[in-house]
Design a protein around this ligand. Structure first.
Ligand SMILES: [Fe+2]
Ligand SMILES: [Fe+2]
Length: 471
C-alpha cells in the first residue's frame, strides 16, 4: 500500500476524501512544526540528515533513504494494511467483527489510552533534544535524529486517531499533546519515565533499549485492539520501534565492547583513567533504567487493565497466539507480593494481573538483550556479567514502591538501603564522570573513545559516510 506523498500530509488513509479530517490535521500541522522547532533537536534544524522515510506501509521494502532537513521531514499518517474480516480476539466481544468506527460506550477509555500513548512520543524528543551537541559520531547523531523524527511521526499517528474519531475533544487533546513539556513541574508529561532527563548518550542508549521497549509492549497490546484503526496504527508504529531498540541494544553493546577492550589492554577493571565506562557503572545505569521502565507497566493488580481487556480495547502480548479462552474470567496468574519478610508468588485473578503479565513478557525480552551483551564480555575472557535487577528493586509504582529491595531481591530495612544505594544506582560522581566523556566527535568515520565503532554503517553505506551534513 503506497503512501500518497503528493498531498500536504503524506498518508495512506485517503485523507483527500475526508475534508473535515483534512482540515483538522492541516490546522494542527503548523503547530506541530512550531513545536518541533522549539522542542526538537537543538542546533540541528538546518543540518541535512541521512534519514529513512516510509514510502509504503507493507512490512517489506517500505524505507527510502536520503539527506533531509528535519523540519522538512515527511511526517504523515501511515496505517498497516487492513486484515480482511478481522475479528475481535478477546474479551466480551470476542468473535465479533473488529470495530471500524469508535464504539461509543468505550469512547473515554479509548481516548485515555490514545492520549497516554501519544504523550510519550513528543516527550522522548524533548528529553533527547540536547544530545546532538555531544554525539560520539556522525553515525550516532543520525540514529538519534532518526529516532526523533519517528517519535514525531508516532505523535502524528495518535493525533490522527484523535482527530478522525473523537471530534472536538479529540482536537483539544491533540493541542495538549504539544503543550505539555517533559520535566516541566507545571505541565509535565503524563508518565514519570518521560519526565526524567536524558543528559548523556549512555542514558540515551539505555533509554532506547529499556524505555522504547516498553513502547513495543504497549503498542503490541494495543495492536490487538478490537478498535481496528488503533490496531493498524500501532502495527505500523511497531516496525519503526524495532529500529529504536536496535539503536539502544547496539549502542550499549558498543560501550560494553570498548570497556572490555580497555580492561584487557590495561589489565584492570578500573578503566576510567583510560576514558572508558567501566562495567560497574554500566550496571548502575542499567539498574536505574530498568526500574523506571518497568514502572511504566503500572500496578500489578489493575481493574483498568481488566476493563480494557474485557472491553476488547487492549489485549495481551501476541493475544492471538495464546491458546486459552481469551476471556480469562476464571483464570489465575502468579504474581509476587511481600509476605513474612520475603517476596512470595501467589495466584491472582488473571484479568487483574494483565499489567504484570505484560511486564513479564517485557522482562524476558530485556533478558535476551543482556545475554547478548554478556556474550561480548565473555568473548574477552572477562569474568563478569551484567544482570537485570529484581523487579521489586527501586520501584516507584505498584506494591513494591513501599519496599526497599536489593537488586538480588532481598528485602532490606531503610538503613541497609541507605548504606548500599550508591552501589546500585548512579551517583552524582558517576553521572559527572559519564558527562565528562560527552565530547562531540563529528569528523566522518571517527568515534569517541568511550564507545566502539559500529559493526556496519546504515543502508549499506560505510561507517565514514557523511550521515549528517552539519549546517
Ligand atoms: Fe514511539
Ligand atoms: Fe520509540
Amino acid at each position: 500500500m503506497a503512501i500518497d506523498y503528493a498531498s500536504r500530509i503524506p498518508n495512506n488513509v485517503d485523507l483527500g476524501a475526508d475534508r473535515r479530517l483534512q482540515r483538522a490535521l492541516e490546522d494542527w500541522q503548523p503547530k506541530f512544526v512550531d513545536w518541533w522547532r522549539e522542542m526538537g533537536p537543538e542546533g540541528y534544524q538546518a543540518s541535512e540528515v541521512y534519514l529513512r522515510t516510509a514510502m509504503t506501509a507493507e512490512p517489506s521494502g517500505w524505507a527510502h533513504f536520503g539527506h533531509v532537513r528535519m523540519p522538512d521531514y515527511r511526517w504523515g499518517i501511515f496505517l498497516a494494511p487492513p486484515e480482511p474480516e478481522r475479528r475481535i480476539a478477546f474479551g466480551d466481544h470476542a468473535g465479533a467483527p473488529a470495530w471500524q468506527e469508535l464504539p461509543g460506550e468505550y469512547r473515554a477509555a479509548l481516548r485515555g489510552l490514545i492520549v497516554t500513548q501519544g504523550d510519550t512520543e513528543p516527550a522522548s524528543v524533548e528529553q533527547q533534544r540536547r544530545l546532538g551537541h555531544t554525539c560520539p559520531s556522525l553515525y550516532d547523531l543520525r540514529n538519534l535524529f532518526q529516532v526523533n523524527v519517528e517519535e514525531g511521526r508516532h505523535l502524528w499517528a495518535m493525533v490522527y486517531l484523535l482527530d478522525a474519531f473523537f471530534g472536538r475533544d479529540g482536537r483539544e487533546e491533540a493541542e495538549q499533546l504539544l503543550l505539555r513539556r517533559s520535566g516541566d513541574p507545571d505541565r509535565p508529561r503524563i508518565l514519570n519515565a518521560f519526565n526524567e532527563p536524558t543528559p548523556d548518550w549512555l542514558s540515551f542508549f539505555m533509554f532506547t533499549f529499556f524505555t522504547d521497549r516498553d513502547g513495543k509492549y504497549q503498542l503490541a497490546s494495543l495492536a490487538e485492539s478490537g478498535f481496528d484503526p488503533l490496531s493498524r496504527t500501532c502495527r505500523f508504529m511497531l516496525t519503526e520501534e524495532a529500529h529504536h531498540m536496535f539503536v539502544g541494544e547496539s549502542g550499549v553493546a558498543r560501550v560494553v565492547r570498548r570497556a572490555c577492550e580497555l580492561v584487557r589492554a590495561h589489565d584492570t577493571d578500573q578503566i576510567r583513567a583510560y576514558g572508558g565506562i567501566d562495567l560497574a557503572t554500566l550496571q548502575k545505569y542499567l539498574n536505574f533504567h530498568f526500574a523506571v521502565s518497568i514502572d511504566l507497566f503500572g500496578q500489578e493488580l489493575s481493574t483498568n487493565a481488566a476493563n480494557y481487556y474485557t472491553m476488547g480495547l487492549k489485549g495481551r502480548f501476541q493475544e492471538t497466539r495464546i491458546d486459552d479462552d481469551h476471556r480469562l474470567r476464571d483464570a489465575t496468574y502468579p504474581i509476587l507480593r511481600a509476605a513474612g519478610g520475603t517476596l512470595r508468588e501467589h495466584a491472582a485473578p488473571a484479568l487483574n494481573a494483565l499489567n504484570e503479565r505484560l511486564r513479564d513478557a517485557y522482562i524476558a525480552d530485556c533478558a535476551r538483550g543482556l545475554a547478548r551483551w554478556n556474550k561480548i564480555i565473555h568473548s574477552f575472557g572477562i569474568d563478569r556479567q551484567l544482570t537485570l535487577p529484581h523487579r521489586a528493586f527501586n520501584r516507584a509504582i505498584g506494591a513494591f514502591a513501599r519496599l526497599s529491595v536489593a537488586p538480588d531481591g532481598r528485602l532490606l530495612d531503610a538503613a541497609a538501603w541507605d548504606r548500599c544505594g550508591a552501589d546500585w544506582l548512579p551517583t552524582a560522581d558517576d553521572r559527572a564522570y559519564v558527562m565528562s566523556l560527552m565530547q562531540p566527535v563529528t569528523e566522518p568515520g571517527r568515534v569517541a573513545g568511550w564507545i566502539a565503532p559500529p559493526a556496519r554503517g546504515i543502508d549499506g553505506k560505510d561507517i565514514d559516510y557523511q550521515y549528517v551534513r552539519l549546517a
